[in-house]
Each structure stands twice: as C-alpha cells, then as structure tokens.
Design a protein around this ligand. Sequence first.
Ligand SMILES: NC(=O)c1ccc[n+]([C@@H]2O[C@H](COP(=O)([O-])OP(=O)(O)OC[C@H]3O[C@@H](n4cnc5c(N)ncnc54)[C@H](O)[C@@H]3O)[C@@H](O)[C@H]2O)c1
Length: 344
Amino acid sequence: MEFRIGENITIVTEDIEYLLNMAKNKKVLVLYPLKLENLSYYFMVENFLRLGIKDGESGKGIKNYEMILRKLISNDFQKNDIIIGIGGGSLLDLAGFVGSTYKRGMILINVPTTLLAMVDASFGGKNAINFMGIKNVIGTFYHPSAIYLNFSYLNSVDEKHILSGMGEIIKYAATLDKNLFKYIDKNSENIIKKDLNVLRKLVYRSLYLKYSIIKKDAIGKNNLRDILNAGHTLGHAYESITGYRIPHGIAVAYGLIDECKILSFLGYTDYSICLEIERIFSKIGIRKNKKFVAGKIYSFIENDKKINGEYIRIPAITEPGRAEILNLKRRDLRNAIYESGSFR
Ligand SMILES: NC(=O)c1ccc[n+]([C@@H]2O[C@H](COP(=O)([O-])OP(=O)(O)OC[C@H]3O[C@@H](n4cnc5c(N)ncnc54)[C@H](O)[C@@H]3O)[C@@H](O)[C@H]2O)c1
C-alpha cells in the first residue's frame, strides 16, 4: 500500500525485508521503549545503532530529544540516513520530531506497536514533543517514508490501550464510513477478543480513511483535516483535566459522545445519533460514567487551537458515517456546556 501526499510517498508494508533493503548502505538508529526492548526484536540487526527511550507523555520531551540528537551527531548521521521509531504514539511523535528536524529531515520509518499508533499516530505527518507541561507545543509536519505493520505486536497490548485505539477507529467510522460503523457493530465480540484478522481490517480501513482526508489537506491549510478532530475538542480537555490518566483514544471516545450531545442540544444533530454512538462504544467496552465540571471544561476549550475570534470549528456527526464542520459561536458552545446536562 502506498500513500501520496504532496511530494511525499509513504509505503505501508508488512514485509520486514523491504525495510531492511531500504537500510542497505545507510546508517540506522533504532529507537524503542526502554521497558519493552522485545518490541525491537525484528530490528536487532548488526550495524544498526539502538537506543532505549522512556516512552509515554513524560518521555516525549526536550530531554530525550537532546539525547537522541547527541547520539546522531556523535555517530555522524547524515540527511539520507535512517531513524526508525518503534513504539506507541508517544515514541513515534518523538522519533518523528527528531527525524524531521535533524539536518532538516532524515529518512523516517515508523513501526507502530499499539492500535492507536497503527491507525493514527504513525501516519499523517504530525510530530511533536511536550514542553513546559504543554502537550504537543513544539511540532512539525513531516511524513514517514515507510510504516511497518506487524499485527502480532497487538498481542501484548493491554485492554485499555486496545480500547483507546478503538476510540479513534470509531471516530473514523462515525464521521466518514457507515459501513465501517456496521462492521464494528457486527464484529464487536471479535474486537474484544483481539482477533488479529479483524483488527488488521480495521487498521487498513482507518489508514485509508485518514489518507482520503489528508491527501486533500496535507498540513491543515484548508480546514478539511478538521473532520479528523471529531471528539478531540472535549477529548483534549478530558485528557488534560485528568492529568493524562485517560488514554488518548478513550478521551476521544468520551469527547465524541459529549460533543454529539452538545450539538444535539443546539439543534445541529439528532439525539438518536448520539445514542447510537454511545451504544457502539458501550458494546466494545467504553462507557463514560463520569460527568466533568462545566467550568473547568470550558476554560480549557477557550485556549483551543480551533478557536477563531468569536467562533470555534467543530465537526458535527449528521448521521453515522457522515460529518460536517460547523462554525459554532463560542457563546453557544458555552451555553450548551452549562445547560445540556452532560456536565455538572
Ligand atoms: N502524531 C499524530 O498524528 C498522533 C495522533 C494520535 C495520537 N498521538 C500521540 O500518541 C500518543 C498516544 O499514543 P499511544 O496510545 O500509543 O500511547 P503510548 O505511546 O503512551 O503507549 C501506551 C502504552 O503502551 C505501551 N506499549 C506500546 N506498545 C506496546 C506493545 N506492543 N505491547 C505492550 N505495551 C505496549 C507503552 O509502553 C505505553 O505504556 C499521545 O502522545 C498522542 O499525543 C499522535
């Protein structure tokens, strides 16, 4: 499978030989999560330099960035050498940030090992690190040359992080693909059981759906990419308010449900759609039992990147598999947060 975005080509492959061939006659630095060295097994190749990195949000920062740069410089890496990031979204965001900035960009290969990283963080060009406690505050747009998919990585991913990946997959389904929505509904048992054939189908379909958007809006210039932000306005608020204890995709799932209810309260969407989204999440095991405090949520949203003057851009799901971007008055959003009953 191959994705073309502007001048960039990203090859998606399950063939390890293809990657090893890419690496011939090049220097290679392999980054992997310190606590999960076994994930780098396929890349234990003579001559490849290796570096274990603390992953998660706390690892995605300046300290690790500097450590990796030092490794590259002291080993005389050049632009056409390779950096391979193996891990969840946090490690891939960091590897991508290094890969895009070192000598203004070297060859980047992503090896996603969580479901969320497979369907979202590995592809689309966004890379970032956290700084001064602010998530993703320094970042770049830079595409990987290749993504290596190996679904056996999912065997060791815990249930919480499989559900987190499902948050993003159901976002794609709810906003872009009603057949995917139906497929998830039908196959919920197999998803819960981590049937790798079913997860494989979900990953490829999700990557394709993400591609269908970003090929038209590579760096978010014409706002088409906003559709991918469904659930993220509230989701980011939930992640931040809970100190990132809720995994990203589960926060997005909660966000999808609550954004739908708010937009239904304002008359932009039908409440039955929100119940349908809530039902499918519940069926695979994502249930939101907690109500957040309206004031805290709204003050977080006030700083959202999608705010433009008196308005905020927010996707509304108009039926399962279809969404449109609304330019919502901030005042209306505020009222709905306080009055819709979704918050306390
Ligand atoms: N760049 C993008 O487009 C994009 C999109 C979505 C999310 N993100 C970023 O991705 C991050 C979240 O990614 P994530 O959910 O993968 O979290 P993560 O990277 O923190 O990984 C979650 C946990 O799973 C562990 N893990 C990874 N692979 C494993 C495996 N195969 N078996 C067992 N454990 C494994 C990790 O060590 C970690 O403890 C956030 O920082 C978010 O901002 C980026």
